[in-house]
Design a protein around this ligand. Structure first.
Ligand SMILES: [Zn+2]
Length: 450
């Protein structure tokens, strides 16, 4: 049972994890990993810590199943956090882990230390209650998610793959109510394929530009073409919008408007007037997006540039591979494609190069998640959603596990809070959210592994 003492322990653990300031880079996550280990020790839970680099590490623990029934993992859940961009904008010390006004405040509170804390405490509580799962229950807490996973998930999969064979995973984050009683869970995520496109020209004097071969002008044309192609010509798919429409219980007309590819451009225009945030979400769920976000080139104001580059943030839907990306990028560029050098920006170079991936929207496991939520908020429905961002769960989906972003936020949390707070200023989490999420993880294990 989840008592109020247990909630206090969870809140205190979360506060401590924030105070340990595992900002990545450099990460130094071992301090958070040890904090979790110490908590587990007080509950008599055995665990292993794997150091992947100096001051960096990962934690693994298991409640062994009584049979070879499907196994489940709390995690992979990461203890690193992103840096503070504007420290002066914060109204609290981002690393004090303050508990006030019904919130726990600080960097990482939402992304994703509250899940780390709730999974740890739920796991320890199940152990204390001598819960005997029919399949294995694994707790897996990692370093280095915010910088691609080299010292976290990737390191563990390379060095200890045998510990990580699992059928189902739950991690960040989901849990927000899109509408009253309509709670999202993340069934997958979009992929990323950042590309650098470079145009060359013939340098000359800027005072006599007539008929010059100017790389910046080519880049400018390319940018306009990419924008136009991405908005109006790229193929549309409404699979993820259909899940959303069904989950939300949309009316027939509304569903028709949003799930009919031919109508979608008009729907987006109308939606953009009423609710621009939702329009952005609907747009991103319906296609591969391409956003030309960086331009660089030229050496001096009076020199016609020999080279200009643009960086395009491309986000793919599950199933859209690099062949698909290049095909459409080249189509967008038209004749300019022949004049361009197109390079991928790898994760080592700070880019994103991952495939979109998704698990099934309905299964016994999803029903168990639904029941876990209903035990706390009766009558609510889970709505499958595709995350626009990239998480560590992609590595487990690649290995055939069904993975879901799963938590339960206080229904008072607004979608505006959700968009602004992770990685943002005054990141914080409601204590009621900590309580609900602690309970749904505890419930889920009891329901699915009983
Ligand atoms: Zn995260």
């Amino acid at each position: 049972m989840i008592t109020s003492e247990l909630l206090d322990e969870t809140v205190n653990l979360l506060s401590k994890l924030i105070q340990n300031r595992c900002v990545n880079p450099p990460g130094t996550e071992l301090v958070n990993i040890k904090t979790i280990g110490e908590y587990l020790s007080t509950k008599g839970v055995e665990y292993q810590i794997f150091e992947s680099a100096p001051n960096r590490g990962n934690l693994w623990a298991k409640l062994s199943g009584t049979s070879d029934a499907p196994s489940m993992m709390f995690g992979p859940s990461h203890v690193d956090v992103v840096p503070i961009a504007k420290p002066k904008a914060w109204t609290v010390d981002p690393f004090a882990g303050e508990i006030k006004d019904g919130f726990v405040w600080g960097r990482g509170a939402m992304d994703m230390l509250f899940i780390v804390a709730t999974q740890t405490v739920a796991f320890a509580q199940l152990h204390q209650e001598k819960f005997q799962p029919k399949g294995d229950l694994i707790l897996f807490i990692v370093a280095d998610e915010e910088a691609g996973g080299t010292f976290g998930v990737n390191w563990m999969l390379e060095h200890h793959p045998d510990l990580l064979k699992v059928d189902f995973c739950v991690s960040e984050m989901g849990g927000a109510a899109l509408d009253e009683g309509k709670v999202v869970f993340m069934l997958g995520e979009k992929g990323g394929a950042w590309k650098k496109i470079t145009f060359t020209g013939t340098p000359g004097h800027g005072s006599m530009p007539y008929a010059s071969d100017n790389a910046a002008v080519k880049a400018a044309k390319a940018i306009l073409r990419i924008r136009k192609y991405g908005d109006s010509q790229i193929p549309l798919t409404t699979e993820y919008l259909t899940y959303l429409a069904d989950g939300l219980g949309m009316g027939k007309l509304q569903k028709f408007m949003i799930t009919t590819p031919l109508l979608l451009p008009m729907t987006l225009k109308l939606l953009n007037k009423k609710d621009p945030n939702t329009a952005k979400i609907v747009h991103s769920l319906s296609r591969m997006t391409m956003s030309p976000n960086m331009v660089s080139g030229g050496v001096k104001a009076n020199v016609i540039p020999a080279e200009t580059s643009i960086v395009v943030d491309i986000r793919t839907l599950p199933g859209q591979d690099d062949v698909y990306v290049m095909k459409h990028l080249q189509k967008a560029l038209g004749d300019l494609a022949l004049k361009a050098r197109i390079e991928a920006i790898s994760e080592e170079d700070g880019g994103i190069a991952s495939s979109g991936n998704a698990s099934v929207p309905q299964s016994n496991f999803v029903s168990a998640m639904q029941e876990a939520v209903n035990q706390e908020i009766p009558g609510s429905t889970l709505v499958p959603f595709l995350m626009p961002g990239v998480t560590d769960m992609r590595y487990f989906r690649d290995r055939g596990a069904q993975c879901y972003g799963f938590s339960l936020l206080d229904p008072k949390t607004s979608t505006k809070d959700m968009a602004g707070l992770p990685h943002g200023v005054d990141e914080r989490i409601r204590i009621r959210t900590v309580e609900l999420t602690l309970k749904v993880y505890y419930n889920l294990a009891q329901i699915f592994l009983k």
